[in-house]
Ligand binder design. Structure first.
Ligand SMILES: *Cc1c(COP(=O)(O)O)cnc(C)c1O
Length: 412
């Protein structure tokens, strides 16, 4: 006996009624591919190809070094930071686009700890957090003679106390998709006067964010996921206005100097958020990031989140009937999760490989998670329907058991 599930015609009807359906035209995606990995590497905005041509042929090729002034390359980290501020509910001057999430975490953690010596003994984070967040926190803890306290999600709240020097939490979990209640945890951290850094890598461009409303003071985030900034795109760093004056970057580079081209021996930090710059900004990557950010800024973000929820519910409904072997681990409640859906299966790795061969690109996260990203800017209901249809076929005929699908790969 088979349970009912939505038909392809129903998916088509929902796409036809989708107010965001035309946004897909702003992206270049390969024919025949359903892309469910925009939470890991966002798709290519078509305008970015033109931006890259202009950046290479004109700005670099013809402008040469003059473009630092003439094309305002030098202002790009702050200009793009101001745009990202508009996406996260921050003010202009509170965000800078630079470096990787890893390096930004290091700079921000180091800056906060140096500003508050002797406050607390531990750095509190979540066990099973994204590896780079844990690694950077462990390294910084050792440098500052602190202990890294990586606690399970359920225990985080009770662990905040007089011994806590700093908290670092990833807002939306990269694997499970679980989301922390930012306002509530921030209020708790504030009640204990403990600084809290939010990692927004899986949140920005995906779920509603309002740093000002939630009183969040410190954050970092990723440029190549939902912001569609391109592979290895620069990340960003956020410090709320009033907190900046106490902070200095532990990487005192010339680009974070108050007057880089005064070429002085002595370091003096830039008065604004630019003090968190280190070396020369990667212009080509920044300009590609700006293309993705501009596109995200132009979209109606409430409509995006509404559609994300609809796609999620549609996916879960289809999976429950057609792929019951895969167990969902992402919370069903929208306010408790991000914009991807994860499923557990002991053979998630070969299943995902077979799925990619069938034209559906999701990803695998060790040890047993199949992760499907829902990016409402360029995905529709038919995409989700096709993805589940192909996954069901793979599970039914068992082709994922072929040796070519079980072989390991360097990047998963
Ligand atoms: C993607 C991601 C990162 C990536 O860090 P990079 O240094 O930019 O490679 C870091 N933290 C989290 C939570 C992520 O999801």
């Amino acid at each position: 006996m088979s349970m009912d599930y939505p038909s392809l015609a129903e998916a088509e009807a929902r796409d036809a009624a989708d107010p965001l359906r035309s946004w897909r035209e702003y992206f270049t995606l390969p024919d025949g591919v359903v892309y469910l990995d925009g939470n890991s590497l966002g798709a290519l905005p078509s305008a970015t190809r033109d931006l890259m041509r202009d950046a290479t042929e004109h700005q670099w090729g013809e402008g040469l070094i003059r473009s630092w002034n003439d094309a305002d390359w030098i202002g790009a980290p702050r200009r793009i930071g101001d745009k990202i501020a508009g996406l996260i509910g921050a003010a202009p001057g509170e965000v800078i686009a630079c470096d990787s999430v890893t390096v930004n975490l290091y700079k921000l953690m180091g800056a906060i700890l140096a500003a508050r010596p002797g406050h607390g003994k531990t750095i509190l984070t979540e066990s099973g957090n994204f590896p780079t967040d844990l690694h950077v926190a462990a390294g910084i803890a050792a440098q500052h003679n602190l202990v890294l306290d990586a606690a399970p999600r359920e225990a985080i709240v009770e662990r905040i106390g007089p011994d806590t020097a700093l908290i670092v939490l990833t807002h939306v979990h990269y694997k499970s998709g679980e989301r922390f209640d930012m306002a509530a945890i921030q209020a708790l951290a504030d009640a204990h006067s403990v600084p809290l850094i939010w990692d927004l890598s899986h949140s920005v461009g995906a779920v509603p964010l309002d740093m000002a409303a939630d009183a969040a003071r410190f954050a970092v985030g990723c440029g190549y996921k939902y912001l569609n900034g391109g592979p290895g795109a620069p990340a960003f760093l956020y410090v709320a206005g009033e907190a900046l004056e106490f902070l200095g970057s532990p990487i005192q580079g010339w680009m974070g100097h108050a007057a880089p081209f005064a070429m002085t021996d002595a370091y003096a930090p830039a008065p604004g958020i630019e003090r968190f710059l280190a070396g020369t900004p990667p212009m080509l990557s920044l300009l590609a990031l700006e293309g993705g950010v501009d596109l995200m800024l132009a979209a109606d973000r409430d409509a995006l989140w509404t559609k994300s929820q609809a796609l999620f519910d549609f996916l879960i409904q289809l999976m429950a009937v057609r792929c019951p072997e895969l167990t969902p681990i992402t919370p069903a409640r929208a306010d408790l999760r991000g914009s991807h859906a994860s499923f557990v299966h002991p053979s998630a790795w070969p299943i995902n490989r077979a799925l990619i061969d069938a034209g559906v690109i999701g990803d695998f996260r060790a040890p047993d998670v199949l992760r499907l990203g829902l990016t409402p800017l360029y995905l529709g209901f038919v995409d989700v329907w096709m993805a589940v249809d192909r996954l069901a076929a793979i599970l039914a005929d068992g082709r994922w058991q072929r040796p070519e699908y079980t072989a390991p790969a360097r990047v998963t």
